[in-house]
Ligand binder design. Structure first.
Ligand code: ADP
Length: 675
């Protein structure tokens, strides 16, 4: 059975099929990945957003740990609690309203007197009590204020403790106000504010408050600066805890602020800190107001320890009604309970400062939102929100792309890049296939030429050998009578041998060139002589075929070249002119030397070369079809060798030819490179 494909072409078909299949798969995969690219990008965005949420949660937790560590570092020294340090602990970043309460829920810091009531004090002396009773009788029953003042002063002398003194001074001030002696009254009040600022009356109300309330009533400008000083020490006492807060403090704060507004104080700097104090005090009052009840209830029901324990020793109260953005950290294990408040906003402001987008492909906005407000926004796929801390269940972190169009642009860019890369790849594959096919065709043609070459060579060698054989035999058998006849035969044998030599030289040269062994020996060569001698060598053939050779040779044109190689060039070109002249036996040889160029022309009026084969005749083994049909023998190597030699001498070989009109081969040599 005849094989359809030769083994070589089978391999090529397998190769091309592989290319086509892999190209197809690649194209298919690329198209799929381009069309999935949007989905992939959105997935990437979601992944990046989740990773940011994870980081935010982690940083948040770390920040809370830092806060508690810093707070404990201030308050707890070598495992003992330094209660007094709580005053300064609000300097710790993010610590708000540090507090201490006792086991019954009363605020010790900030010092707050919750329910005024009977206060058990030191028992006063009998003399004091007598004087004070007399004084009150005079003041409230008899309205004899001077006598009342007299007894109050006596009581003051019999006072045995601070509460007694403060009580008497307060009464004395009151009497002075009643009799219209404001100056004296203020003197008494000043004694209270300066010496008895923390002393409470029988109902647990600080005497200082009476003094301040009375100062507030003053609208006489002569007392302004004195009152200002009083207010300043009152506010600073409240702030640093030497004067207790109670449920009227807030009202007094409002009044002091109003008084300041109403009283034209010439120099603001007289009391610059007042606003700051008032703000601080109001803050504490607000905190007490908000958390007093809840703390008390928790203590009474003993549930403080049931709050989630986080960050080591702190229990956390969160979800406090009306305060979703706050948590209270409580340490209930000591004799007193201490703790502080942490505001979400403040912690978040630190968390948001961190750049989470350093390693992400896209830029994101990170937003803190309330859980209930978040619902509507989540329909968009490019937004991710999640809880970031179990301590703030009412809040979420929402991560949005800074610019939603970025995804579109990104997808478009990538798709283009993929598309172009794919087209280039397919193009390269196609080019590869074409190149391979071209190589295969060339190989095929060469193989064909090579096989023709063998039969051509055989034929080429056979012709002269047959002549040599024939003529040698004739001479040997003495078939010729005359000496001149014998000589002629021997001459023919010699010429045929020369021709054989030329053929073999061409083959040898070609094979040497193929294996890269050719070397040229440069020497001075007289081209004029060389051409003349070549013509002489071929004289026999020219004569035999009755050629007219016209030469225009410039005298003594000398170049540096390989003599033998140059001769071979000239002989090959003349030999071709003889072989392919058909019936027009005219040959023209011209040697022209110009300033920097030398040209040698070999022109015949023979069969010519078809234009489409003009480039091919220089290829190895190539022979024009017609010449083969006409029975002109040759190896297809003559011009290959000529071209190789000329190029090795940095020259050019040109051909002009027209079918049936003749051919002209021109050699151009540059004088510079030769000499
Ligand atoms: P060969 O002459 O041995 O065939 P060459 O390499 O010398 O090989 O020439 C290649 C082919 O070029 C020849 O077969 C011939 O067809 C063509 N050719 C060369 N010289 C001439 C010429 N002067 N006139 C016409 N055809 C030519």
């Amino acid at each position: 059975m005849k094989k359809i494909f030769k083994p070589g072409s089978r391999l090529i078909i397998v190769f091309i099929l592989t290319m086509v299949i892999s190209g197809g798969i690649l194209t298919w995969l690329s198209i799929i990945s381009i069309s999935n690219f949007r989905q992939l990008t959105e997935k990437k965005v979601a992944e990046e957003q989740l990773s940011i949420i994870g980081q935010v949660a982690l940083k948040f937790q770390q920040k809370l740990e830092d806060i508690t560590n810093n707070f404990t570092a201030i308050l707890i020294k070598e495992n003992d609690v330094d209660w007094s340090a709580v005053k300064y602990s609000d300097t710790v970043d993010c610590v708000e309203n540090p507090f201490i309460i006792n086991r019954s829920g009363a605020f010790i810091w900030p010092w707050y007197l919750e329910d005024p009531g009977e206060v058990a004090g030191k028992v006063s002396s009998a003399a004091y009590r007598q004087d004070f009773q007399d004084a009150e009788k005079n003041e409230f029953q008899d309205w004899d204020y001077s006598k009342a003042a007299f007894y109050y002063r006596a009581s003051l002398r019999h006072a045995t403790g601070k509460p007694d003194s403060a009580k008497s001074l307060n009464a004395l001030a009151r009497i002075q106000l009643k009799i219209g002696n404001t100056g004296r009254a203020y003197d008494y009040y000043t004694q209270i504010t300066s010496k008895y600022s923390s002393v409470l009356d029988g109902n647990g109300f600080p005497y200082v408050y009476y003094a301040i309330l009375n100062f507030l009533k003053s609208n006489d400008s002569i007392y302004t600066s004195r009152i200002l000083t009083e207010f300043e020490s009152f506010l600073s006492g409240l702030t640093n805890g030497t004067i207790p807060l109670n449920n009227s403090t807030s009202e007094i704060m409002t009044q002091i602020a109003e008084w300041k507004n109403n009283t034209r104080i010439s120099d603001d700097n007289q009391f610059p800190q007042s606003d700051e104090y008032i703000q601080k005090i109001n803050g504490r009052l607000k905190f007490i107001n908000n958390y007093n009840q809840i703390l008390k209830t928790s203590i009474n029901r003993g549930i403080i320890r049931e709050y989630p324990l986080i960050l080591g020793r702190f229990n956390v109260m969160n979800e406090i009604p009306g305060e979703p953005g706050k948590i209270i950290l409580i340490e209930p294990d000591e004799e007193y309970i201490f703790g502080f408040c942490v505001g979400l906003d403040q912690v978040m402001s630190h968390i948001m400062e961190i750049n989470y987008c350093e390693y992400t492909e896209f830029e994101y906005d990170i937003i803190l939102v309330k859980r209930e407000e978040n619902g509507s926004k989540n329909t968009n796929e490019l937004i991710t929100s999640a809880q970031f801390s179990p301590l703030f269940p009412a809040f979420m972190i929402r991560i949005e792309l800074k610019d939603e169009n970025l995804v579109d642009i990104y997808v478009k860019k990538r798709s283009w890049a993929y598309g172009i890369a794919l087209i280039l790849l397919l193009g390269a594959m196609l080019l590869g296939i074409l190149l391979i096919l071209r190589d295969i065709l060339r190989e095929k043609r060469l193989a064909h030429l090579r096989s023709e070459f063998v039969s051509n060579v055989t034929h080429e060698l056979k012709t002269p050998l047959t002549s040599i054989h024939l003529f040698a035999e004739s001479v040997l058998l003495d078939r010729l009578n005359t000496e001149s006849g014998k000589k002629e035969y021997l001459q023919i044998i010699l010429n045929e041998t020369e021709r054989l030599k030329r053929i073999i030289n061409n083959i040898l040269d070609f094979s040497r060139k193929e294996s890269g062994q050719i070397e040229y020996r440069k020497e001075k060569v007289n081209l004029t002589d060389l051409i003349t001698s070549a013509l002489k060598d071929l004289n026999y053939w020219l004569d035999e075929k009755k050629f007219t050779v016209q030469t225009e040779l410039e005298e003594n044109v000398v170049i540096t070249a390989d003599r033998d190689a140059m001769k071979q060039v000239v002989i090959n070109l003349l030999d071709n002119a003889i072989k392919y002249s058909g019936d027009n036996n005219e040959i023209y040889v011209r040697l022209v030397s110009e300033k920097d160029k030398i040209s040698i022309e070999f022109e015949d009026k023979g069969i010519g070369i078809p234009a489409d084969q003009l480039d091919l005749i220089f290829e190895k083994f190539y022979r024009v079809n017609e010449t083969i049909r006409d029975g002109v023998s040759g190896t297809g190597l003559g011009l290959t060798v000529v071209k190789e030699i000329i190029e090795a001498h940095h020259g050019e070989l040109l051909v002009e030819s027209k079918v049936n009109q003749g051919s002209k081969f021109t050699i151009l040599l540059e004088r510079n490179t030769i000499e």
